[in-house]
Design a protein around this ligand. Structure first.
Ligand SMILES: [Fe+2]
Length: 264
């Protein structure tokens, strides 16, 4: 059995500090063979700079996935070009720095294709995730044993149609971006697993990772203040997928949530 750990959007300095302190232990506890971390909110809640990417790798991440904020830090461009395991969404415009996929060796000589892709509904404009992923699967056919996709998207319906479309061809499909975990994890008809959103690593009592006081005025007075990352009561949310190495089917999917109290 092979375990894939997916960690939801790591939010700002508090999220990074939690990952730095605890991810190794969580990896051990969950027997993870491959750890994928969504990093698009790691640096000040928007984007990923090279220092924070290194922090996440040092903490045990094998692949960093992206999202709509992937290009917020210009300092990320070099790293996106040079490090195959730092991904930005596959369906960003042609010519964008970096790439949206990588193939990583895992247990038993298996090769996992990891894809990062963005949704289109209620999101900044990007190309169709459906056609971009179809093209990629065609191009990489025979070069990988099973595929994993972080679908960074807002709309549940778009995520569900994506899961249906790629069922069996992408064995693990998990959503990110809303920062709120959903309770719909399931094994699929064709041997895969799906969950609409795995949540985030950030303050539990927050507005998707930001303090109430820094966000409230947007809604109460139409005044947009600089967001401040909530630093109290951090929880790391994610999911663990168990893959049978012979059949390459997913046999289990489990939501996880760790707080400081769970790790004393
Ligand atoms: Fe996002």
């Amino acid at each position: 059995m092979l375990n894939v750990l997916a960690v939801g959007d790591v939010f700002g300095e508090p999220g990074c500090a939690f990952v730095k302190k605890h991810l190794r232990r969580i990896i051990r506890q969950e027997n993870a063979d491959l750890t994928i971390v969504n990093a698009e909110n790691a640096s000040l809640g928007s984007g990923t700079d090279p220092q924070d990417a290194q922090l996440l790798f040092d903490a045990g991440a094998d692949v960093l996935t992206g999202g709509n904020h992937s290009f917020r830090k210009y300092s990320a461009f070099g790293m996106l070009e040079e490090n195959d395991c730092v991904l930005r969404p596959l369906n960003f415009p042609p010519g964008s720095p970096g790439k949206g996929w990588c193939i990583v060796p895992v247990k038993s000589g298996l090769r996992a294709l990891v894809i990062s892709v963005c949704g289109q509904v209620f999101m900044d404009p990007v190309d169709s995730p459906f056609f971009a992923v179809e093209r990629l699967l065609d191009e990489q056919k025979g070069r990988f044993d099973f595929a994993i996709c972080d679908l960074h998207a807002e709309a549940t319906s778009e995520k569900q149609v994506f899961a249906h479309r790629f069922d069996g061809r992408i064995k693990i499909i998990f959503g990110t971006h809303t920062h709120v975990p959903t309770a719909d994890e399931r094994l699929t008809a064709l041997g895969g697993a799906y969950i609409t959103d795995i949540g985030m690593c950030g303050g539990e009592e927050s507005v998707i990772g930001l303090t109430y006081s820094s966000v409230e005025s947007r809604y109460m007075q139409n005044i947009r203040r600089k967001g401040v990352a909530e630093s109290k009561n951090i929880a790391l949310n994610g999911a663990v997928f168990t893959v049978n190495e012979s059949t390459l089917c997913v046999t289990a999917v489990k939501r996880i949530k760790y707080t400081e109290g769970d790790l004393l």
